[in-house]
Ligand binder design. Structure first.
Ligand SMILES: *[C@@H]1O[C@H](CO)[C@@H](O)[C@H](O)[C@H]1NC(C)=O
Ligand SMILES: *[C@@H]1O[C@H](CO)[C@@H](O)[C@H](O)[C@H]1NC(C)=O
Ligand SMILES: *[C@@H]1O[C@H](CO)[C@@H](O)[C@H](O)[C@H]1NC(C)=O
Length: 208
């Protein structure tokens, strides 16, 4: 494995300031030509590499720290809408990574949903997009891992952009879990190992 190519898999976008407590993942999509369908916004939670919890349209209250809007469908304008509001201070300590994904429900790939738009922002600052990752490259895939929140130095949350394409959807998260596990294994451990040289504290948090 080339160290440089692993690093390119995710990009640290920023550390969330401590006072910031709520982030919102806000997704709109158009209906495919054959009618109402869903581009699901989901959050998969991990403790290290171990899958821990799930929030999606069907599991809206599985994690008390996340509120999922459920399906908000506008049949007249042929638009779907999902939001997830994440209260970071309520996140159980056994959740170290939150991965936010989009996935096609009935359609075979993401390109079938016209004009999707995603905003990921602090509730107190909706104008500033925290996830600069686009998903134009993901059209031929069933799912894409957009970004993640990970516990970083001194327990502060950090946002990583990913854009990693995957199979899997809300009927079967198994392929997405596999993709995410390999991201965690390759990227977060690598970053951690690199950072260990410079900052021992950070690595204790990562490797635990
Ligand atoms: C994580 O912790 C919560 C309570 O803080 C507990 O309900 C849950 O079962 C734990 N999950 C795992 C997978 O250990
Ligand atoms: C999520 O946060 C946004 C922005 O603060 C708010 O407009 C929306 O009503 C919230 N949704 C839920 C389900 O709490
Ligand atoms: C998406 O799936 C449709 C239907 O199977 C197919 O015709 C189309 O070529 C696919 N698009 C891409 C970009 O792979």
């Amino acid at each position: 494995m080339q160290p440089n190519s692993t690093i390119m898999l995710v990009v640290l976008l920023l550390a969330i300031p401590e006072h910031c407590n709520e982030v919102v993942f806000d997704l709109y999509w158009g209906y495919p030509s054959n009618g109402r369908d869903y581009l699901d916004a989901s959050c998969l939670m991990f403790n290290g590499q171990q899958f821990n919890n799930l929030c999606d349209y069907r599991h809206r209250n599985h994690c008390t720290a996340i509120r999922h809007s459920g399906d908000v469908m506008d049949d007249l304008n042929r638009k779907g809408h999902h939001t997830m509001n994440v209260t970071l201070k309520n996140m159980p300590s056994n959740v170290t990574h939150l991965f936010f994904t989009l996935s096609a429900w009935c359609s075979p790939n993401i390109s079938r949903y016209p004009n999707p738009s995603l905003k990921f922002y602090e509730a107190s600052n909706p104008g500033k997009d925290l996830c600069k990752t686009t998903f134009q490259h993901a059209g031929s895939y069933q799912a894409v891992v957009m970004c993640s929140l990970s516990r970083g130095m001194y327990g502060r949350w950090e946002i990583f952009g990913s854009g990693k394409c995957s199979a899997g959807n809300a009927k079967n998260y198994e392929p997405l879990q596999t993709t995410i596990r390999s991201l965690i294994a390759q990227v977060f451990n690598t970053i951690c190992n690199l950072i260990r040289i410079q900052n021992i504290h950070r690595c204790i948090v990562c490797i635990q």
